[in-house]
Design a protein around this ligand. Sequence first.
Ligand code: FE
Length: 209
Amino acid sequence: MSVYTLPDLQYDYAALEPTISGQIIELHHDKHHATYVAGANTTLDKLAEARDSGDFGDFGDFGAIVGLEKTLAFNVSGHILHSIYWQNLSPDGGDKPDGALGDAITESFGSFDSFKAQLTAVTTTVQGSGWGILAYDQLSGRLLVEQVYDHQSNIGIGNTTLLAFDAWEHAWYLQYKNVKADYVTALWDIVNWADVAARYTAAKQITSV
Ligand code: FE
């Protein structure tokens, strides 16, 4: 039984053109995201087998269990981030948020333009593969911009992702070639602020930290 499933896109592959080509969206969703979903399910199966057999590898060299836990974090986080990324984008997106989210951005970063500059810089300068993220920190009640490596590193645990910019090359290279900065700049034209605002409202209800 699969625990995780690939969500359908809420728009056609080509709906985000010209910002992101239909070819990129199709490959990114149907191949890359699907691989993380399959990887998460496979890793859960392997962990169940390890529990059943009592074989967690050779503790002397930090064996199989260490690799399985890292693989679980990588694939589950990849699945979650991509699921958010698709919903964060819309052919009707762009501009900037108002209301409670707009106020929170101003409070946390000084202004929308300052926030935009920080998230743009964070996404553009990821070394290797990663993400630029706007997150809500339950502990402080503030919004934070985070630079995530791979899918799961360099991130504040327990923070809730509101907006995720995929900085992996598979998200842009076929269209933007070596000019990553142009992809990140263009992303702002398709941000679905209604989705981000809904995530902010929901995140504020979580008070378990
Ligand atoms: Fe991706």
